[in-house]
Write a protein that binds this ligand. Structure first.
Ligand SMILES: NC(=O)C1=CN([C@@H]2O[C@H](COP(=O)(O)OP(=O)(O)OC[C@H]3O[C@@H](n4cnc5c(N)ncnc54)[C@H](OP(=O)(O)O)[C@@H]3O)[C@@H](O)[C@H]2O)C=CC1
Ligand SMILES: [Mg+2]
Length: 371
């Protein structure tokens, strides 16, 4: 089924959609399909299997005893001071996912009480219906653990370059949940300790009765196009040569559209139109952000950028050729000298926006008989 859908082309869609769809919306539909698949929303999976898995996870979040039971037969992703444990395989590195019983033995070998596994937080469920958890063992000896686990703890940013793409969201989620619990141990109203439920889906202050749920900060990210070029910017803190789409935190009370118009106006002094939603992503750096990604256009006669130097070091328009070259030229190896101009890697939603923009440009060039 996956192959059937992915090989549908714009041409295939055009006859049945002529009556009510423009070519742009057909392209957008195709992009949305590709995005669904890249997100691993596995449509071929039977609905009942997916629904029962979600219902099972829901029960684990609500029922502490059921969650404790699930942990016994589950898998745990181990972190050390928020760095995930990776294991070498024949083809590279993978996130290490330890059986709870194996982890208990490892903990005993390094002289720790095996019951600290109960401090794990529920992350989800594998395709084989195994519940998955995350646990930070940052107060234990790192090298002793690495030896016992036959792996190594790697900073998450570096780990993203090493692990297979589909594992990145899970590694990020594990870290985000751990960080949230580590930084929300006290009630902001009473200063009293908060207590987690077994799954870690919330913390409660028994003194004030306030329940705290894990939080993400909504961020808009937008790739602005003038029809033939796209606008990228860099902050002084970015690695040398890296440019990305414009982004910014939503203010309290703002809609995505308002945040997006405001951020572009603030950062580069332009007014955008034709907003088109592309997708979303949880982003763990530096704290949990919820990235909402869109495309937008500006009038090709009004492309003069006026940079807010407090926020951005540079912002400029890039051609289709520059973008396609940068997309093929990702610095996979952080030890190598980066190219003069490069863009965020494939695990970042900025990369998805650029891929979509390049595909769109390629199609419209074909339609206009250009190379
Ligand atoms: N996944 C992806 O493809 C990409 C992800 N991003 C992420 O998007 C996020 C936002 O982008 P950025 O352009 O820096 O944002 P902004 O343009 O809003 O600029 C950051 C400003 O927001 C302040 N700030 C920090 N945290 C928050 C918050 N939770 N709510 C409101 N304001 C805040 C900062 O203050 P101060 O620093 O002074 O404390 C700083 O002044 C970053 O976390 C970045 O990593 C960005 C581009 C690509
Ligand atoms: Mg910004």
């Amino acid at each position: 089924m996956l192959l059937d859908v992915v090989t549908i082309t714009e041409k295939d869609y055009t006859p049945c959609s002529k009556a009510n769809s423009s070519k742009d919306s057909v392209k957008h539909m195709l992009q949305s399909f590709k995005y669904l698949f890249s997100c691993n929303l596995v449509l071929s999976r039977s609905l009942s299997g997916y629904v029962s898995r979600m219902r099972y996870l829901m029960r684990l979040k609500e029922d502490d005893e059921a969650c404790r039971e699930a942990l016994k037969s589950g898998k745990v992703l181990l972190y050390h001071k928020l760095s995930p444990l990776l294991r070498k395989t024949s083809s590279g590195y993978k996130l290490a996912s330890l059986k709870t019983s194996d982890l208990e033995q490892i903990l005993e070998k390094v002289g720790k009480d095996k019951h600290i596994v109960n401090e794990s937080f529920l992350l989800g469920c594998t395709d084989k219906d195994e519940p998955q958890f995350s646990l930070d063992v940052g107060d234990l000896d790192r090298s002793a653990l690495e030896q016992e686990c036959r792996g190594m703890f790697v900073d998450l940013r570096k780990a993203f370059f090493m692990i297979p793409g589909p594992e990145s969201p899970l590694a990020a989620k594990g870290q985000a949940l751990l960080r949230w619990h580590q930084t929300n141990c006290f009630c902001s109203a009473t200063g009293q300790p908060t207590v987690r439920n077994q799954s870690g889906s919330f913390r409660v202050c028994h003194s004030s009765g306030i329940t705290y749920y894990p939080k993400m900060a909504p961020v808009v990210i937008v790739l602005v196009s003038d029809g033939s070029r796209c606008l990228l910017a860099r902050q002084a803190m970015f690695p040398p040569g890296m440019y990305s789409a414009l982004s910014g935190f939503c203010d309290m009370g703002e809609s995505v559209e308002e945040a997006l118009h405001r951020e572009v106006a603030e950062e580069v002094g332009l007014e955008v139109e034709n907003l088109q939603y592309s997708g979303s992503q949880h982003w763990p750096f530096p704290q949990s952000s919820f990235m909402l990604a869109c495309h937008a256009t500006v009038n090709p006669d009004k492309t003069q950028v006026n940079i807010d130097k407090a926020e951005l070091e540079d912002a400029r328009w890039f051609t289709y050729e520059e973008i396609t070259e940068a997309l093929q030229n990702l610095p996979r190896d952080p030890r190598r000298e980066p190219p003069v101009f490069w863009v965020p890697p494939s695990y970042a939603i900025a990369n998805q926006l650029l891929q979509e923009w390049a595909n769109h440009q390629q199609l419209s060039r074909k339609l206009h008989g250009l190379k």
